[in-house]
Design a protein around this ligand. Structure first.
Ligand code: NI
Length: 261
């Protein structure tokens, strides 16, 4: 059977609302489809992004939005703002609540405040029947505990996964996907390479987290979805499959998870 179209890269996590794209955002986003990037999920993070990601999704056919407040930014939330965030989640082409979670590396907000808004945003995803995009840094145990308590039955992705393969398998068992980005191309990323080897390709999503975390050989430079082929290539090597299989399967994974036709 011949597929009706060539598989295209599904970019599951980008921040094109970032100021780092002010110079060339339009040109860059317009060029994505001809360069093989078929779908982009632009993820919310701070308060400004709650409106910006929705605007970008309305402007570009291949761009979708996730709306949510990153754990470093939840100090800017209050009840009134939370209601506005909820209304943004119900806009067209908003396909997830994210990124939300816990960040004990930067520790911008107290753990109690982070947990409070993480819980509220998980409950919001459940109420609106949307998948979640989870950010978790240096908070492995608390994140898993909260996902077991408040995330049960939800679907979603643990983005920029940085924990052990045992932890990855635990999330896979719970039904979640694992987001793999530029870090997998770094020589010293033994742990993430082990994660990729251990979990099924059916649970992997490609992501950049651009403008951050550019893959080798662009490490330290501004990242964009155009560098995803380097990530897909490394995953193909680790799993002993072709590059085309990685692109096709991860595209299917993304479309299923975020309910994109
Ligand atoms: Ni991000």
């Amino acid at each position: 059977m011949k597929p009706d179209r060539k598989p295209m890269i599904f970019e599951s996590h980008a921040h094109y609302d970032s100021q780092q794209f002010n110079e060339d955002r339009d040109e860059l986003l317009m060029s994505m489809p001809e360069k093989g990037i078929g779908t982009i999920i632009n993820s919310g993070a701070d308060w400004d992004s709650v409106t910006e990601v929705v605007e970008l999704a309305q402007k570009y056919p291949h761009v979708y939005a996730a709306v949510g407040m990153h754990p470093d930014e939840v100090g800017d939330l209050n009840e009134e703002r939370f209601q506005f965030l909820k209304s943004q989640c119900q806009k067209e082409k908003v396909v997830a609540v994210g990124e939300i979670g816990l960040d004990y590396y930067w520790d911008n907000e107290s753990h109690d405040v982070q947990k409070k808004w993480f819980t509220r945003q998980l409950e919001l995803a459940r109420e609106l029947d949307l998948p979640v995009i989870i950010h978790s840094r240096d908070a492995a145990a608390d994140t898993l505990e909260m996902m077991k308590e408040y995330g049960k039955g939800l679907r979603g992705v643990i983005h920029c996964f940085s924990y052990s393969k045992e932890m990855a398998l635990e999330y896979v068992k719970m039904g979640f996907h694992i987001g793999v980005g530029g870090v997998v191309t770094f020589k010293n990323s033994k742990k993430l390479k082990e994660v990729v080897e251990a979990i099924p390709l059916e649970r992997i999503l490609l992501e950049t987290d651009c403008p951050y975390l550019a893959p080798t050989p662009f490490r330290g430079k501004r990242n964009s979805s155009l560098y995803i082929p380097y990530i897909a290539e490394e995953i193909a090597n680790l799993k002993g499959v072709t590059y085309e299989e990685v692109v096709a399967q991860t595209e299917q994974n993304g479309k299923m998870l975020f309910n994109i036709q």
